[in-house]
Design a binder for this molecule. Structure first.
Ligand code: ARG
Length: 576
């Protein structure tokens, strides 16, 4: 248990013993550090309940506190300010050198959560927006750290109209391929008729033609139906497209350290489409409306528009919502999750609201199901509009990666060459992309400022990785394991106090499902460590006790940075 949590429990006991009933007492980071490291604001609350002055309550509490605190004082109407004694800071944090878990207040009731992120579409290139798969990946790591069971699934878009379009276009390019011939009974080739480079141009071309040519659009629709009905040849061609496209997108996900427990797609939900439709029909919640199968999900208290959930359109096509409900049915059967969390573009909010309501109202999931739509904002270019390439096209994720990498590579020291140089450039690119993507709060759109994000200064991935590397190389040079022995100056104390704040940062990140607190904290910790590092020469420190403390302090900061970077999916480097 963290120092903060232990102390809050202690305060609860003390205050109860004073005769005031409380269940939780919060130790807040002080807003006025000149009065203390932390403050306790409960006296004001209790004053109302016990009709006593907050000052009187505060002073009774203060009188009962033991010597774990120093410099206890009351300010204003009854704010209690406290600081941990040096003794407490040293003992507690020494434990943290070996065990990062002292900073984590693990969950008391672990849950199984399915995390749906990535969401790439087969036959379409990953675009800048897919960078935001980093959020799901970081959340996977955070909830796992707290003790939950995370099951991540990329949920490929591999089954809808776009596939029919791509197949239609391939038919145009290679009409003699056997896949289109229903009477063909032979084997199909093991190699794909199209490469990923071709796919990258095929889909945009097909999608353009669909808008201009109705006959073509219809043919594509028919091909989609043939695919979904399971026609052998079309399935075989589809499988090639899926394999080629998945392999390419997976390389990018791997590059970004995004990993998935399951690589399912919409097609894997297909066997559940009929059962899920039957389920809803049996429950009597569906309705036929102008040839479409729908369900009303509007509620009395709705203030925004809530159109009915559409299962099957009047032309017989199964909707995106049905696919998601079928996927939920599959996940319930396979994983029995307590929650399913979706990390998807904020603009899909309404779709998920309808799906969640449909699933709960019908009893497909229990009322307690923890559904969350964790929408994210758009990544914009310097002009504040959706990020485009120089020639005005959609910026692919690969292009963004290259843009960042080209900026970073020349900044690496000249004597780092060959494979090592590549490795460092790749890791710093990932650090840059991830840190800048995880820093803003999830829902806000942000401008991808390449120059700013690749700087060695300020809130950037490189700054954090650089600081981490410098501490690591110092520790390697000194080569000793030490423990904290004293607090010789304020810079040292500031770092120790900052470390006591970490459990709250992690807990907030966990409870609010956000990464930006961790990013901010990383920056603050690096800044105060660098201030200390600039003021004291650790290697030349003559007093052994002080030198040992500096080494232990550096070890502690290094371990912390490493763990936090790992939560974000960022790797360290040994030189740069
Ligand atoms: N492939 C979808 C898209 O590009 C995102 C998938 C999100 N997940 C889901 N279960 N619907 O819009």
């Amino acid at each position: 248990m963290s120092l903060i949590k232990k102390t809050e429990n202690y305060l609860c006991d003390v205050i109860n013993a004073c005769g005031y009933e409380v269940e939780i007492v919060k130790l807040e980071k002080s807003k006025m550090p000149e009065y203390g490291q932390y403050q306790i604001n409960i006296a004001m609350q209790l004053a109302k309940k016990y009709s006593t002055s907050p000052q009187e309550i505060a002073s009774r509490i203060v009188d009962s506190l033991d010597n774990r605190f120093t410099n206890v004082n009351i300010q204003g109407p009854g704010f209690i300010n406290v600081s941990f004694s040096d003794e407490v800071l040293l003992t507690e944090l020494n434990e943290g050198i070996e065990d990062f878990n002292i900073f984590v207040d693990h969950t008391e009731n672990p849950k199984t959560i399915v995390l749906d992120y990535g969401g790439a579409n087969i036959a379409k290139e990953l675009h800048v927006g897919h960078l935001r798969c980093n959020i799901g990946e970081a959340v996977r790591r955070i909830i796992t750290l707290f003790g939950d069971k995370a099951i991540s699934d990329v949920h490929w878009g591999d089954w809808g109209t776009p596939l029919g379009l791509v197949i239609r276009e391939i038919q145009e390019m290679y009409p003699d391929l056997p896949y289109f011939d229903v009477s063909y009974e032979g084997e199909y080739s093991k190699t794909s008729p199209v490469t990923n480079e071709e796919l990258a141009v095929i889909y945009p071309r097909a999608s353009k033609r669909k808008k201009e040519d109705e006959v073509y659009a219809n043919e594509a629709k028919l091909l989609t139906e043939r695919l979904q009905k399971g026609e052998r040849g079309i399935r075989a061609l589809w499988q090639h497209i899926v394999n080629v496209s998945k392999e390419d997108s997976k390389r990018v996900y791997d590059f970004l350290n995004c990993s998935f427990d399951y690589s399912y797609g919409e097609s894997d939900a297909d066997p559940y489409v009929e059962p899920v439709l039957d389920f809803f029909k049996e429950k009597g919640v569906t309705q036929l409306s102008e040839g479409a199968l729908i369900m009303h999900v509007k509620e009395e208290c709705d203030t925004k528009e809530m159109p009915p959930l559409m299962f099957v359109r009047s032309d017989g096509a199964v909707s995106y919502a049905t696919t998601d409900l079928a996927t939920i049915m599959q996940r319930m059967q396979d994983f029995k999750p307590d929650g399913i969390w979706y990390f998807v573009d904020e603009r899909q909010n309404l779709h998920f609201e309808q799906v969640f309501r449909g699933a709960k109202k019908s009893g497909l999931v229990p009322e307690t199901m923890d559904f969350r739509f964790l929408g994210f904002g758009t990544i914009n270019g310097p002009d504040g509009k959706p990020f485009k390439t120089r020639d005005g096209g959609i910026m692919s994720l690969k292009e963004l990666i290259k843009l960042v990498r080209d900026k970073i590579e020349p900044k690496i020291k000249e004597d780092i060459v060959g494979k090592e140089r590549e490795d460092v450039a790749n890791k710093l690119t990932v650090a840059t992309l991830k840190y800048s993507d995880l820093l803003p709060s999830r829902k806000t759109d942000y401008i991808f400022d390449v120059d700013k994000f690749t700087s060695f200064e300020g809130k950037t991935g490189i700054y954090i990785v650089y600081t981490t590397m410098r501490i690591h190389s110092l520790l390697t040079k000194l080569g000793r394991k030490e423990s904290l022995a004293c607090i010789p100056n304020n810079e040292t104390r500031d770092i120790l106090v900052k470390l006591t704040e970490l459990p709250k940062v992690l807990t907030s990140a966990y409870q609010e499902i956000t990464t930006n607190y961790i990013c901010e904290y990383l920056y603050e910790l690096c800044s105060i460590y660098n201030k200390f590092y600039a003021n004291y020469n650790i290697a030349k420190e003559e007093c052994m006790e002080i030198q040992s403390t500096y080494i232990a302090l550096s070890q502690l900061v290094y371990n912390t940075l490493r763990h936090l970077l790992n939560l974000l999916g960022i790797e360290e480097v040994e030189k740069m």
